[in-house]
Design a binder for this molecule. Structure first.
Ligand SMILES: *Cc1c(COP(=O)(O)O)cnc(C)c1O
Length: 401
């Protein structure tokens, strides 16, 4: 096979399917009334969004643009789970009118809802509400927000959640039938989800809620050595939820993102140059830190090297080689390759576990979006070609060019 031009992402379809099925099976076995809402923000590659749709997932979206993408790719309004602080009023109404899921996040949304309910006095609107609660207290050291509060939803501890529930109870044709409890954690541990499920029970009891769904959000591990997998979470979640809920009355919603797509996704890059500057070896690659670590938080990566077979020279062990990207930013350094054979032009570095928060965070910086292939039956099939200047200029007003 002719070598493909790097850099490019590859999604292994069979592995993706395996993870999707693992999730669905675990939910079915433990809480046989469930819904999977795929988190668009984690990776909204159109092929991927269509793949999960074919498997029965709804679209979990957090902006009007994401909502519009879901609609563009064939999701009905009733197949949307609408979350986050930045919804659009138009789409908010469309989803509610169609019986999709809306999890309220702000006071502004309360007023949108009141207006909608008044306009349609004969309709009954069912909504969910996002609770902001002190998960750090339940799982010390594990959450992303730590001791300071999270930014999303209505805060339980300060009484804002109760206040919002009261406001909603005063609208005659609105009922709160869902709780949304997504919380991001560093640990992604089973204990985090046990605590979130406990919180669902506590809120239900304290506020006498009648819930048709509990939405645990995303934040699971998947495909990481030594870390939990889907089947580890849901027996524990079910055990906790059973204390206050039954599957016949209450649906369990999950919103996986990274856990579904990490294991199946790789990023293939090539080395095009090496250089020594004041005793430091820089290895220049055609992939950038912006492709796989746009938020600049990683210091190590899972990867493997495929050596350039046509090179016959020796490869002395080098103490440090700084693997860098193609951009003209000094910070575009991916990792330091230590005590390893010398890398040379034509070698490939293939990064693993790069499905989440990579493609969707790629900038159009210096080089345009790389191609994406899927691996199906051992063959690579292109599902997105590399972007060209024509793609880049498409939103520009022609008359000013
Ligand atoms: C980010 C997010 C998810 C997905 O999180 P992962 O860590 O990718 O699983 C799900 N739900 C909401 C509301 C989110 O903000």
């Amino acid at each position: 096979m002719e070598a493909l031009q790097t850099p490019y992402f590859v999604i292994d379809e069979a592995i993706l399917q395996r993870y999707y099925d693992m999730l669905a099976d675990s939910l079915k076995q433990n809480w046989n009334n469930y819904l999977i809402g795929y988190s668009f923000k984690t990776n909204s590659l159109p092929w991927l969004v269509s793949f999960v749709k074919k498997n029965g997932a709804y679209a979990e979206v957090v902006s009007e643009d994401e909502y519009s993408l879901a609609r563009y790719l064939g999701y009905e309004n009733s197949e949307i789970i609408y979350n986050g602080p930045y919804k659009g009023e138009h789409s908010f109404r469309d989803v509610l009118l169609a019986g999709g899921y809306v999890n309220l996040d702000s006071r502004m949304e309360l007023s949108w809802l009141r207006k909608l309910a008044e306009e349609y006095p004969k309709r009954n609107f069912e909504v969910g509400i996002r609770a902001n609660f002190n998960l750090e207290k339940m799982c010390p050291g594990e959450t992303t927000m730590g001791e300071v509060s999270g930014r999303f939803g209505f805060c339980y501890e300060t009484g804002k959640l109760e206040e919002a529930l009261k406001t909603l109870s005063e609208i005659p044709n609105v009922s709160v039938t869902g709780l949304h409890l997504h919380s991001s954690s560093k640990s992604r541990s089973v204990a985090i989800f046990r605590s979130i499920a406990r919180m669902a029970c506590q809120l239900k009891e304290e506020f006498h809620l009648k819930l048709s769904y509990v939405d645990l959000g995303g934040g699971y591990c998947g495909g990481m050595e030594g870390r939990p997998e889907y089947p580890d979470y849901f027996p524990v979640v079910a055990e906790e939820l059973s204390k206050s809920f039954t599957p016949s009355e209450t649906k369990l919603i999950v919103e996986p993102g990274i856990s579904l797509i990490s294991k199946c996704t790789t990023f293939v890059t090539s080395i095009f140059d090496t250089r020594d500057i004041k005793g430091t070896r820089y290895v220049m690659t055609d992939g950038s830190r912006f492709n796989i670590d746009a938020t600049m938080i990683k210091s190590s990566h899972l990867f493997h090297v495929i050596k350039n077979e046509s090179y016959e020279g020796s490869r002395p062990l080098l103490k440090e080689q700084i693997i860098s990207g193609f951009t003209c930013m000094e910070c575009d350094r991916l990792f330091t390759y230590t005590d390893s054979p010398e890398l040379i032009p034509g070698d490939k570095i293939i990064y693993e576990n790069v499905g989440g928060y990579t493609m969707s965070l790629n900038p159009l910086f210096i080089q345009y979006f790389p191609a994406v292939y899927i691996r199906r039956d051992g063959k690579l099939i292109q599902v997105r070609r590399k972007w060209t200047p024509a793609d880049y200029v498409q939103g520009s007003e022609r008359e000013f060019l």
